[in-house]
Write a protein that binds this ligand. Structure first.
Ligand SMILES: [Zn+2]
Ligand SMILES: [Zn+2]
Ligand SMILES: [Zn+2]
Length: 330
């Protein structure tokens, strides 16, 4: 797998000829259950829930798209840009119990999972090669769910994913004009208008965005301003109980409409190391505001929409074109 940059949109895509695409994984056991005969490679394990061997853990993705070793080796290819698929790809096992999902786990269990996600983001941000760490979840067949066990995924990348980049640029521009955080302004207007608020719980707000991309799109934001999810979670871990509760309740609401959804945490990019391309984000801590986005997938209603923060093509254009050329035209 390698990364290629689209010179028009400036988006990075991950592409390569996936040799496993003809043999879909069909295992008779679960890799993520505590008694798995073939467990995935452990990264870190969190305890603290009585009665279970561990509360939540992070493992290497069994078919990782990014690999931790090496230099990204960014280089030109004529007018194009490419680099190696250096990064981290982890599975965050939300719960040791195979049937305990974010909507039917206890608030204490979800709290532990959120703290694990924060720890992993913080840990990977210490690596100056990584510009961004994404945490996301795809649930349901039409959302591209990979594993039956309750899991989310994490990807540390040598670039900032496109959607986050758009948000960062827009937030910075808003701040330049108004010296205010656009998300804080959205929150205060939504709370005042009370037309799109789903629920307020502790310091957190669940709301439907003004211009949703899919029906029932929902965001969860902290009312207090903070650019980085992991910094808030680790500095004020007690808040994660409230966030866990609001996340559980919001997913329960969405599940009355559809089971399938995408969930993504949007946090600030890696600014710990003085990356030259991020150096101009001097107001990042003031202008960006972390949040969770939930994009439900409703069959037949969202065909035109595809959730792609990082495009992934399991076939290169070389191979695709080769196949297309071989097609016999009548
Ligand atoms: Zn399992
Ligand atoms: Zn804010
Ligand atoms: Zn966002």
């Amino acid at each position: 797998m390698e990364l290629r940059k689209d010179p028009i949109t400036r988006s990075w895509v991950i592409t390569g000829d996936d040799v496993s695409d003809t043999t879909p994984r069909s295992e008779s056991f679960c890799r993520f259950c505590p008694d798995s005969p073939q467990p995935a490679q452990l990264i870190t394990s969190v305890s603290g829930i009585p009665g279970v061997p561990w509360a939540t853990r992070s493992v290497v993705h069994p078919s990782a798209l990014y690999h931790i070793e090496g230099d990204p080796a960014r280089r030109g290819d004529g007018i194009y840009d490419r680099m190696r698929g250096v990064g981290a790809h982890e599975v965050l096992v939300e719960n040791p119990r195979h049937e305990r999902h974010l909507w039917n786990a206890t608030d204490a269990e979800i709290e532990q999972f959120l703290l694990l996600a924060a720890q992993r983001i913080q840990d990977l941000k210490r690596d100056g090669r990584f510009k961004y760490v994404s945490v996301f979840k795809d649930y349901g067949t039409s959302a591209g769910q990979e594993f039956a066990h309750p899991t989310s995924q994490l990807m540390a990348t040598t670039f900032v994913p496109r959607r986050v980049l758009y948000e960062l640029r827009a937030s910075r521009e808003y701040f330049e004009q108004k010296e205010r955080c656009v998300f804080c302004d959205i929150l205060s207007q939504e709370i005042k208008q009370n037309q799109r608020l789903i629920e307020v719980h502790g310091d957190f707000v669940a709301l439907g965005p003004y211009a949703p991309r899919v029906p029932y799109e929902s965001w969860i934001l902290p009312r207090s301003h903070e650019a980085a999810f992991e910094r808030m979670a680790l500095a004020r871990p007690g808040m994660m109980r409230d966030l866990g509760a609001l996340l559980r309740r919001t997913l329960q609401r969405i599940r009355t409409v559809t089971e399938d959804f995408h969930l993504v945490v949007h946090t600030s990019p890696n600014s710990l190391h003085g990356s030259e391309s991020l150096g101009y984000w001097k107001t990042l801590d003031e202008d960006y505001h972390w949040h969770i986005e939930i994009l439900p997938v409703i069959a037949g209603k969202s065909k035109s929409y595809t959730f792609k923060e990082v495009y992934y093509s399991p076939i290169t254009s070389e191979t695709a074109v080769k196949r297309l050329r071989e097609v016999r035209i009548e």
